[in-house]
Design a binder for this molecule. Structure first.
Ligand code: GCU
Length: 434
């Protein structure tokens, strides 16, 4: 080999290595498909020791728990179970709410025996026309229960509120002006007309969404109970706390005779979509799990270098996931899990992933590919997942047991999104052809 050739080879190697390093370290946001590179994903149907998962029993009894543990250790953290002293108090009811369409119930869930201790409020609307027990859509909200509808009967939350500019100011209390602020994302009347109940909880009841929010939330409470002042690297993060709240809402729904607890669909948007997915992964009582624009740390593949990255998210929102997750900020390929495994944890239950065309930050293609790569687990159960091999065009919902759409427009929850969720739930809960 002559010198020129050797120098050429060495510099080609250096370029190749630099290319890999750029993809691995995710130094900044990429929106160029050409730079994404090849994807190598952990195989859902191969155990950590390299052995194949051969049947449903091996998946359910061994591989599934192995994946849950990997998520707990490296990303989400471990959450406590149902508190022994959990109790419910119906604080209000109106059988003629929303112009007679619904029965409104508001329930306080106390997490401990101490009624001045940590608690959350559930807002529940039951469709008056429907035969009970009814299926229900349960979702966390960003603005307090009073924000999901202008209904003056909804208790005005007295907790921490996000301010309008999204600065997470603790002690920023809600005013009457905030009623119905988030109503565009909650077409409650439409959902009721389709025969479903709607239940919601305010995520700030569990923990204010800021780096020091834990000091005023359920995680801080548990930490103090253990006599500790610092979280362990695999302790839960804020997303774990919000997801835990959804399971506690489920505990209540199981006690309400008007609700069919075997038909509870959870839906969350964005960071609350990440929350819904983690809740659905841990708690198999949720019969359908829906992610709306959840993106990085939710339905989007972290290994795909497009839009938000693990590093960027860990920097902006260090409280969302556990401390171990910070190790992967500059080394995503070393992460033992990824979004397709999170979706696969829902199997055999139906799961729906929704993206928005202009929401490139959340990486729509990465969300579709996660859904696609969860399919082998559904197939193991003899179920069809997406039923398509290519990403569909905008506003063309696809899917059998895994639903997917990318709609036109921005990062948000729209009536179009809800129309798809209602059809999906009808198909799976009521076996209709919609
Ligand atoms: C930010 C964040 C996302 C998150 C979103 C939201 O954009 O980077 O990860 O999903 O907020 O929750 O609205």
């Amino acid at each position: 080999m002559n010198t020129t050739c050797a120098i050429f080879l060495l510099s080609a190697l250096a370029v190749a290595l630099a290319g890999n390093a750029a993809a691995a370290d995710r130094p900044d946001v990429n929106y160029d498909e050409a730079k994404v590179g090849e994807l190598t994903l952990p195989d859902p149907l191969t155990f950590s020791n390299g052995k194949p998962v051969k049947n449903v029993k091996a998946w359910q009894q061994k591989r599934r728990p192995e994946i849950v543990k990997l998520f707990e250790t490296h990303m989400q953290g471990r959450s406590p179970g149902k508190p022994a002293a959990l109790s419910f108090q119906q604080i209000e009811t109106d059988p003629q709410a929303l112009g007679g369409k619904a029965t409104r119930k508001q329930i306080t869930v106390y997490f401990t025996a101490d009624k001045t201790g940590p608690s959350m409020d559930i807002l529940l609307y039951l469709p008056n026309q429907a035969i009970k027990p009814v299926p229900v859509f349960l979702g966390p909200n960003f603005g307090g229960n009073h924000a999901v509808n202008t209904d003056p009967g909804i208790k005005l939350s007295q907790r921490w509120m996000r301010d309008d500019k999204e600065k997470t100011v603790v002690n920023n209390r809600a005013t009457e002006k905030a009623r119905g602020k988030e109503a565009g994302r909650w077409p409650i009347e439409t959902i009721l007309d389709r025969g479903y109940a709607v239940a919601t909880i305010y995520y700030g009841d569990l923990e204010p969404d800021s780096t020091n929010g834990w000091t005023q939330g359920i995680r801080g409470y548990y930490l103090a109970q253990q006599g500790k002042t610092e979280f362990a690297p695999d302790d839960w993060g804020a997303i774990g706390a919000w997801a835990w709240g959804l399971s506690r809402a489920m505990d209540y729904l199981e006690t309400d005779r008007a609700i069919d607890a075997s038909r509870v669909a959870i839906m969350g948007h964005s960071r609350l979509g990440k929350t819904a997915l983690w809740a659905g992964a841990q708690d198999e009582r949720f019969a359908i799990v829906i992610s709306n624009d959840s993106g990085e740390g939710g339905a989007a593949l972290s290994r795909r270098w497009f839009g938000e990255t693990v590093g960027i998210m860990n920097k902006s929102f260090p409280h969302w996931f556990n401390d171990n997750y910070k190790r992967y900020s500059t080394n995503v390929p070393a992460l033992p899990v990824d979004a397709h495994l999170l979706l696969a944890l829902m199997a055999p239950r139906p799961v729906y992933v929704a993206s928005a065309e202009e929401d490139r930050w959340a990486d729509p293609r990465g969300e579709f590919l996660a859904a696609k790569n969860a399919e082998p687990v559904y197939r193991l159960f003899g179920l069809e997942g997406l039923g398509v091999s290519e990403m569909p065009g905008t506003n063309q919902p696809v899917g059998k047991t895994i639903g997917y759409h990318i709609r036109t427009g921005k990062h948000d929850v729209t009536d179009y999104d809800w129309a798809q969720y209602l059809n999906f739930a009808d198909r799976h809960f009521n076996k209709t052809k919609r």
